[in-house]
Design a protein around this ligand. Structure first.
Ligand SMILES: [Zn+2]
Length: 138
């Protein structure tokens, strides 16, 4: 069965992320001048505008900043609704938008802001592994 969702095409500024994802590693760009990580990948640091960037392996852990239950979706996601999307506060800094797994979209009251989450990767094909986040039990 083929992967039901659009598969990203790695570009110059995202290839290290996807190479890490294939190995189960969450890679983030970090500015070597101000030492901050940022998400999404860019060719300039969004804080100090330096182009002195490197890729670092992140912990793959964070906390739910906020979330939304998607009751209506389009295209390949339509049959997945309802599902939960969330912004994750990465342990290293900045935020990542994701699909949140391991939660019941019909019980949003059980989803806690600040809950610990961990990244997981799902193979879309032999080369592309897609990240998503799952709540970690305390
Ligand atoms: Zn910077």
């Amino acid at each position: 069965m083929s992967y039901p969702f659009p598969i990203p095409t790695p570009g110059t500024h995202t290839r290290p992320f996807w190479e890490g994802a294939k190995l189960g590693k969450l890679m983030l760009p970090r500015c070597q001048d101000c030492n901050r990580v940022h998400w999404y990948p860019r060719f300039l640091c969004p804080v100090c505008h330096s182009n002195n960037l490197e890729w670092v392996q992140a912990s793959g852990e964070g906390r739910i900043h906020t979330y939304a239950v998607q009751h209506l979706a389009f295209g390949p996601w339509a049959k997945e609704a309802p599902f939960v999307t969330a912004y994750i506060d990465l342990n290293e800094g900045d935020r990542m938008l994701t699909v949140l797994r391991g939660v019941d979209p019909n019980k949003p009251q059980d989803i806690k802001i600040g809950a610990r989450v961990r990244v997981e990767f799902e193979a879309a094909n032999d080369d592309m592994h897609i990240p998503f986040w799952r709540v970690v039990e305390d």
